[in-house]
Design a binder for this molecule. Structure first.
Ligand code: PMV
Length: 331
């Protein structure tokens, strides 16, 4: 038997970073798929392969790695988190020591704030629990993927894992989906990639330090970010791209104040605004990675061109309402 899980990726529309300190944030699933296939195999090893990166390694129950295929990227760093989430899932099912083969394929650029690690984790939990005929509810999938992220990153909010699990548009705070937001028309965005890889943990750490050591410096932008999110929830229901864009610009200013923007991000943001975008901001951890711009059908092409001319990539992706989906087939 073979279980296959397919997940979306995500962009955070409003409230990243402040969500770690207890604010609400809004996030949206996008149709960049990650596929995780799981099969049983003899023995006790968990073999993990990444087809795109041409990497493969086997992990013993105790976590010892045996590299089976070397690519250009470090297999230890890339494949171990997938083994960890697989092992954690087997533990939750009381099935540790079960030999498994996991094959991951993803269109999500790694380390760019589009939720690649959440997509892999959520896909792995869903595929394994389905394969072993003990399928998890979405809530259980989210909890397991979030538990892994806490082991890896210190103090993540869990918003990436929630978005990839549930899909659509969500508002999120304190480890929970507050609401699945209904919208007559999903926001029309261009996603620009600076191609600068960075670690979300580093920038989360930077904002956490500000919150702890200079609480009054943090409190003002945090309060304003919460107001922006509340207004954005209304705009997503009834408003247009102009309103959404101006809220994005205001949110970007707050992210600059807490030090998570970067010259590369600002180059793409300025280019998008100059080409007629209604507003633009970084999305996710910042420091590099991706930005988003609010557009409509009239200015979409010009904004995309401006991002390319400013040295970025355009990520071809849009809103998707579905979260992780899993199927079980005869191999
Ligand atoms: O994984 P990224 O880079 O999209 O960042 C996630 C959003 C943050 O708010 C920066 C961190 C978090 O855990 O919520």
């Amino acid at each position: 038997m073979r279980a296959v899980a397919v997940t979306p990726a995500k962009v955070i529309l409003f409230g990243e970073h402040f969500v770690v300190g207890g604010n609400t944030a809004i996030s949206m699933a996008i149709n960049l798929p990650t596929t995780v296939a799981a099969e049983l195999q003899a023995g006790k090893q968990i073999v993990v392969s990444s087809e795109d990166l041409e990497l493969e390694a086997g992990f013993s129950e105790g976590g010892r790695i045996q590299v089976l295929q070397k690519g250009e990227i470090d297999p230890e760093k890339t494949l171990r988190p997938i083994f960890e989430i697989a092992n954690l899932t087997l533990k939750k099912l009381n099935r540790t020591g079960r030999g498994l083969r996991l094959i991951v394929k993803s269109q999500v650029p790694i380390g760019m704030g589009l939720g690649s690690s959440a997509a892999t984790a959520v896909g792995t939990v869903s595929a394994i629990t389905t394969l072993l005929r003990q399928p998890f509810s979405r809530e259980q999938v989210f909890e397991a993927a979030y538990a892994l992220e806490r082991m890896v990153h210190g103090h993540p909010s869990g918003i990436d894992q929630a978005t990839v699990t549930y899909g659509g548009l969500i508002s999120y705070s304190k480890g929970q989906v507050e609401a699945r937001l209904q919208t007559s028309k999903p926001p029309s965005l261009i996603i620009g990639n600076t191609r600068v890889r960075r670690s979300t943990g580093e920038f989360v750490g930077k904002v956490s330090r500000l919150r702890e050591t200079q609480p009054e410096e943090y409190a003002k932008p945090a309060l304003e970010a919460q107001r922006i999110v509340q207004r954005a929830i209304e705009v997503l229901k009834n408003g247009g791209p102009e309103d959404l864009g101006s809220l994005m610009n205001a949110n970007q200013q707050l992210l600059e104040m807490v030090g998570v923007s970067s010259p590369e991000l600002e180059r793409l943001i300025t280019a998008a605004r100059s080409a007629g975008a209604f507003g633009a901001k970084l999305t996710g951890g910042g420091g590099g990675g991706c930005m988003i711009a609010a557009v409509d059908d009239k200015n979409r092409a010009a904004v995309a061109r401006a991002i390319l001319e400013a040295g970025g990539d355009v990520v071809p992706s849009e809103f998707v309402s579905t979260g992780v989906e899993t199927s079980l087939t005869e191999k």
